[in-house]
Ligand binder design. Structure first.
Ligand code: PLP
Length: 426
């Protein structure tokens, strides 16, 4: 176990001695010539192997209604696949589109369509507004922020708490400012905060008054079924909550099988009000004659039912839960008593959120890189890559084998301690 006195409470000479110890430990680490990577939240090869049957499917090419899936058509996606995922996402199959392999692409499509054409409840296309702003809970998903930035959409941040975004802060922002057209939220096992948006918070977001009549919640439920424990969190049903609150067109819910089957060859979904679905499909149809229904049928034959998906996710859990446990073990053993870091112990999703001593996150990432351990760049979880406190680091332990997770986390702990010692010593 580590020492019992917090670093911040040590005397200057103790801190100096501590710094020397950490430098020695770090120098030893560098000589190991590690080559480890905790950056992107990708499934491991063992997880991908769970779906290898897909490579031999589909058997046949005829859908339940007689459609030849090899041909064009069926913009909303294969009905039997939509039925399975509609049950999982608690929407009517008519309110669900099954598309290509990426939900991020669907999010981009929706944003571009809103900018170019406006939504079903817009007064004009968003691009004709003087300014368009999104509320972004932080820490959040870097690709959401990059996408908004690329489209010229401004970002304001609110804190992400254990029960979801700070609903008071969101409500205060959207109440009077008509330029605020939407918000992101990863409601279940958030990337990277791990939090699950509570029913209460979801209900507030669904019902809060907004100055923009066409305010949209981009409800990115990428980790809806990605439980790490037997206590499986249930996502709030944003589509029904918003409908009941009189704002049926507010939510656009996204999900995908990227971390269920193949990250590069899965199926993405959009759930929303019937009017929003018709709006999406209308614009989709100007650039597509239909999705990859062969892939849809393959997925139907692999899962068969919604329970088939749930069962499949338990097999993922068995592979990745030990890696998350290892992250907790090393962080607790190495940093638990030092008061140089806090971290979450997520019950699902793909990430662990590590907060280090203020002003040292970039230094930790730099030290780790020099020691051969790739970490997500500090600040990535904030718009424009700028973490105002330089404190947040996202750890993604799913991809490497468990021994590499252990080695990488030992290295991270050494870097956190050295960066903290350097800071307190100055
Ligand atoms: N949304 C979140 C929150 C993610 O973390 C990711 C992948 O890391 C994605 C979306 C990407 O999803 P897809 O593969 O369906 O485009």
């Amino acid at each position: 176990m580590g020492e019992t006195v917090a670093l911040s409470e040590k005397s200057p000479s103790e801190i100096d001695a501590f710094l020397q110890t950490q430098r020695t430990a770090y120098d030893r680490l560098v000589t190991q010539g590690l080559k480890l990577d905790l950056t992107r939240g990708k499934p491991s090869a063992a997880q991908l192997d769970l779906s290898n049957e897909l490579l031999r499917l589909p058997q046949g090419f005829t859908a339940a209604d007689g459609t030849d899936v090899r041909n064009y058509g069926g913009l909303k996606g294969l009905p039997e696949l939509r039925e399975i995922f509609a049950e999982l996402l608690w929407v009517d199959p008519e309110q669900l589109v099954a598309g290509g392999n990426s939900s991020l692409t669907m999010m981009k499509d929706c944003l571009v369509d809103l900018l170019l054409h406006g939504g079903v409840d817009s007064e004009r296309p968003w691009s004709q507004e003087e300014k368009v702003t999104f509320v972004c809970p932080v820490p959040g998903y870097d690709r959401h922020f990059t996408l908004l930035e690329s489209l010229g959409i401004e970002m304001v941040t609110v804190p992400m708490y254990d029960d979801g975004p700070d609903a008071d802060a969101v409500a205060a922002l959207v109440k009077d400012d008509p330029s605020i057209k939407g918000m992101w939220i990863v409601p279940t096992y958030a990337n990277p905060a791990g939090s699950v948006c509570s029913q209460d918070v979801a209900a507030r977001l669904a019902s809060m008054p907004t100055a923009a009549p066409d305010f949209k919640i981009f409800w990115d439920n990428a980790y809806a079924f990605h439980h790490l424990t037997e206590d499986e969190a249930k996502s709030a049903d944003i589509v029904k909550l918003a409908s009941a609150a009189g704002h049926p067109h507010r939510p656009l819910e996204f999900a995908s099988t990227s971390k269920i089957t193949f990250a590069g060859a899965g199926v993405a979904f959009l759930a929303a009000s019937p009017e929003n679905i018709a709006w999406y499909v209308k614009h989709l149809g100007t650039g597509s004659i239909g999705p990859d229904k062969v892939n849809h049928l393959r997925h139907v034959q692999l899962f068969k039912t919604a329970d088939g998906v749930r069962e499949h996710m338990r097999r993922h859990r068995d592979i990745i839960a030990p890696k998350f446990a290892e992250v907790q073990r090393v962080l607790t053993e190495r940093l638990g008593t030092q008061e140089v870091a806090t971290w979450n112990d997520p019950a699902g999703g793909y990430f662990v959120n590590l907060d280090v001593v203020e002003g040292t996150a970039s230094r930790v990432v730099e030290l780790a890189k020099a020691a051969g351990v790739a970490l997500t760049p500090a600040g990535a979880s904030y718009p424009y890559g700028k973490d105002p406190k330089d404190t947040n680091i996202r750890l993604a332990p799913t991809m490497p084998p468990v021994e590499e997770v252990t080695a990488a986390m030992e290295a991270v702990a050494t870097c956190v301690l050295l960066a903290a010692a350097e800071k307190y010593a100055t």
